[in-house]
Design a protein around this ligand. Structure first.
Ligand SMILES: [Zn+2]
Length: 635
């Protein structure tokens, strides 16, 4: 069982079209599934749609169609979306599938026979939006805390699941299995909830008010409560009870959810499984929300970001990369298109894209169309090889901890080390002297092998880009490009046919604001200003400054606030935020007009101005060919 992996997304409720939150959960599941396949695990990945309940009936009525027609329509949107996002699910479960209906009825019957379902009176405050009763103490000012609407007072006879019987067992199980609910904050949240006595769960709805559901096997007058129905999809997907996948993929199951559905997954589901005589799942992995302008994205707020719009605009792999790189699993994250563009231009176009194109250009130029074989290894090569091995181990650790953003950071550290290897080895200098032939071959081989390793490591995240790198390296069959192939350096065969490819990640041109004069390479240079004397020029005190810290000025796309060292530390504000990220500028030596009268930009004081010029790819800072002395005068 140690070599099997089963990952699920929630089955998405078909009362609304897919948004970025659905895309995120499903892409994370896909990355995990792809990673485990590359590690040689037998892997199963399920997703689907949840199609029963009051809300579907209401949405269908508004649309003027039957609930089944409505469910078919929205479910089809999800099924059409996943291939567009390169999702590799093995099954798509619909709660209206006959096999699922059968499984739900079977489990209900089993729990009923076990004495854990009883008939009783219920009286309480019912929120139609939530499809549940609330206790008076749960209401906020007499209103549903989720919907801020006044619930209806209802009295009903219903069937109840004796959840209270399993409270003690569940507390013990969560306590004894630290990974059962993770990250820890959500485990604590579940345990906090279990400090109060657990109430039994109402699991039926009378057909007098709802017929759109699965009929109870032991009473035709009732349908099953939507959560009791939906959660069971996780075992339907693998053919419970008789299917051959069930004993393979249960109980290794890992569920992936957003934090709003912690309670049904962390409390109802394990107790349901226990009552049905099924072992609990292995872990529940809980992530935060994508916020847009600091508020949770929702249909009612009208700030829904549609995944396909972003994919069409920026490409699938950049979209997958951004979602995984910018969210710390478990915490909320803010979506910003500017941050997305920044990632594309710096991490993808600059770091990875340039590494691939520089390496391929040099290899084709100096070695022809076949990968050269290495000829002797020196210390600096061994360092690169050791860094690669360390990166693979780090990525594996990050995956086991669900720290997917850290896995990407580790890969990018290796990309930067490889870029540095190019800069320091200077293959273009070695190429001038035929005496360096062997050394040059080794360096080129190492760079190509580093690209192969990087391509394997990014495969779970950006499968399309990885395939393009394999293609340029002449690796026709990517099947062998798995984690086992990363165990030893040298997986790329000498003689492999190299191919020139298109740039992997074109830079995204940022809209030029009106205030900034547009500069294009074809434009004639601006006219030279009238002459000044040397004395006049000498009034300007230009100095070498070292950037110590950098951060964005809030609410500004362009401005970065920098702390620089000249004759001591000072703060300057620079309009380079669209062209440089704070990370990219820290540590650089720049040229500053040091005696310019202080000014305020967006309310932030600036003591000096840095020098830059426009290029066809955006602004570039003026720099130095040799390391300058901080504070030195420019003359
Ligand atoms: Zn509500």
């Amino acid at each position: 069982m140690d070599n099997t992996f089963y990952i699920t997304t929630p089955i998405y409720y078909v009362n609304a079209s897919p948004h970025i939150g659905h895309a995120y959960t499903t892409i994370v599941a896909d990355v995990l599934a792809r990673y485990h396949r590359l590690r040689g695990f037998r892997t199963f990945f399920s997703t689907g749609t949840d199609e029963h309940g009051d809300k579907i009936v209401e949405a269908a009525q508004r649309a003027g169609v039957t609930p089944q027609e409505y469910a078919d329509r929205i479910s089809a949107q999800f099924r059409a979306l996943w291939p567009e996002l390169a999702i590799t699910n093995d099954i798509f479960v619909r709660t209206t599938d006959p096999s699922h209906v059968e499984t739900v009825r079977r489990i209900l019957q089993k729990v009923h026979e076990g004495g854990d379902i009883y008939f009783g009176q219920y009286e309480g405050f019912y929120c139609v939006g939530c499809e549940r009763f609330y206790m008076e103490k749960e209401l906020v000012g007499g209103k549903c805390p989720q919907h801020e609407t006044v619930p209806e007072h209802r009295k009903e006879s219903n069937y109840f699941f004796r959840m209270s019987r399993y409270q003690e067992w569940l507390v013990r199980h969560i306590t004894e299995h630290p990974d059962f609910i993770r990250p820890e904050r959500y485990r604590n949240e579940a345990l906090a909830f279990l400090r109060d006595p657990l109430e039994d769960l109402c699991i039926s709805r009378p057909k007098s008010r709802l017929t759109w559901g699965i009929t109870l096997p032991f009473d035709d007058n009732y349908v099953t409560y939507v959560w009791f129905d939906a959660l069971i999809n996780y075992v339907t997907a693998i053919g419970y009870p008789g299917g051959e996948n069930f004993p393979v993929f249960w109980p290794v199951a890992g569920h992936l959810i957003a934090k709003d559905i912690l309670k049904p997954h962390g409390i109802y589901w394990p107790t349901m499984l226990k009552a049905a005589g099924i072992e609990p799942y292995r872990n529940l992995n809980v992530h935060g929300y994508w916020n847009v302008d600091q508020s949770k994205m929702s249909k009612s707020l009208g700030n829904v970001i549609r995944p396909l719009d972003l994919k069409d605009k920026y490409g699938l792999d950049p979209f997958r990369y951004f979602l995984l790189r910018d969210m710390v699993f478990g915490l909320d994250s803010s979506f910003s298109e500017e941050a997305f563009i920044q990632r594309i231009n710096s991490d993808l176009a600059n770091d990875l894209g340039n590494l691939v194109s520089r390496t391929m250009t040099m290899a084709l130029k100096y070695a022809g169309n076949a990968a050269p074989g290495p000829a002797g290894t020196v210390e600096e090569d061994r360092l690169l090889q050791q860094t690669a091995a360390k990166t693979v181990t780090e990525v594996e650790t990050c995956f086991s901890e669900l720290a997917l953003h850290k896995a990407l950071i580790a890969v990018w550290d290796f990309i930067n080390v490889t870029n540095k290897y190019i800069v320091e080895r200077e293959p273009w200098v070695l190429a001038k002297d035929p005496g360096n032939r062997d050394r040059l071959k080794t360096i080129l081989y190492n760079l190509l092998e580093a690209l192969r390793i990087i391509a394997v490591l990014i495969t779970p995240f950006m499968p399309g880009s990885a395939a393009k790198i394999f293609d340029q390296l002449g690796i026709a069959d990517a099947d062998g490009q798995n984690f086992a192939s990363l165990q030893t350096w040298g997986g790329l065969k000498a003689g492999s046919g190299l191919k020139r490819g298109e740039p992997l990640f074109p830079r995204v041109e940022v809209r030029v604001e009106a205030a900034k004069p547009a500069a294009t390479p074809t434009e004639a240079p601006a006219p030279i200003k009238p002459e000044i004397s040397y004395e006049e020029f000498d009034k300007a005190d230009l100095r070498v400054a070292k950037v110590l810290t950098a951060e964005r000025v809030p609410k500004s796309k362009k401005l970065l606030k920098l702390t620089v060292e000249i004759d001591g530390e000072r703060q300057i504000v620079a309009g380079i935020g669209e062209d440089y990220s704070p990370d990219q500028i820290v540590g650089k030596s720049i040229i500053v007009v040091a005696n310019l009268k202080p000014a305020r930009l967006m309310g932030v004081e600036s003591r000096g101005m840095l020098l830059a010029t426009d290029t066809s790819e955006g602004l570039t800072l003026l720099g130095f060919d040799r390391p300058p002395r901080t504070g030195a005068k420019i003359r």
